[in-house]
Design a protein around this ligand. Structure first.
Ligand code: S3P
Length: 171
């Protein structure tokens, strides 16, 4: 199987899955999501994996899920927000058509601030998000071929911008 045609990275709630599905429709392919792969393989929600086995265990599952998806999936691939924390994952992403979907803190709080299904933002979401993004922004930028801002844009607009950025418009 060939490498993914688009890989979406970025913080939780930025719309990777929604935009990924739209991109897949437009490109005539399918969207795969590593969070969904993990939930399916484990038979339990991500929040339960964090609580029962800890973040480190989740990150190991995630690195394996990303490696498998990159090897198997030729369509659009949406990665979990923290997947780029893993150095091997960042190496695997180098040279691939990776797009960083970005958003500012105001937009993040609007979209995911009260979403307790996302364990990392369950307490004090605004501060948590700022700290997460301070640590992660350089990593998202490092792996990305293009950065697309999502503030005030519909998922359709974001999908358009991704296709433009990767010059896939007429693919
Ligand atoms: C996480 C993001 C989540 C999920 C987990 C941890 C993170 O994925 O993998 O809750 O560390 O940013 P989404 O980015 O798909 O929400």
């Amino acid at each position: 199987m060939s490498a993914p045609v688009v890989v979406l990275v970025g913080p939780m709630g930025v719309g990777k899955t929604t935009v990924g599905e739209l991109l897949a429709q437009r490109l005539g392919t399918t969207c795969r999501d590593t969070d969904a792969d993990i939930v399916e393989a484990e038979g339990r929600p991500i929040a339960d994996i964090f609580v029962e086995d800890g973040e480190e265990h989740f990150r190991a599952l995630e690195a394996a899920a990303v490696r498998a998806a990159l090897a198997e999936h030729g369509g659009v691939l949406a990665l979990g927000g923290g997947s780029i924390l893993d150095e091997d994952t960042r190496k695997l992403l180098s040279g691939l058509p990776v797009v960083f979907l970005d958003m500012d803190v105001a937009e993040a709080v609007k979209r995911v601030g009260l979403d307790t299904a996302r364990p990392l933002l369950a307490v004090n979401p605004r501060r948590q998000w700022r700290e997460l993004m301070e640590a992660r922004r350089p990593l998202y930028t490092e792996v990305a071929r293009a950065v697309v801002g999502t503030e005030g844009r519909t998922p359709e607009d974001v999908a358009d911008a991704v296709l433009d950025a990767l010059e896939l418009k007429n693919a």
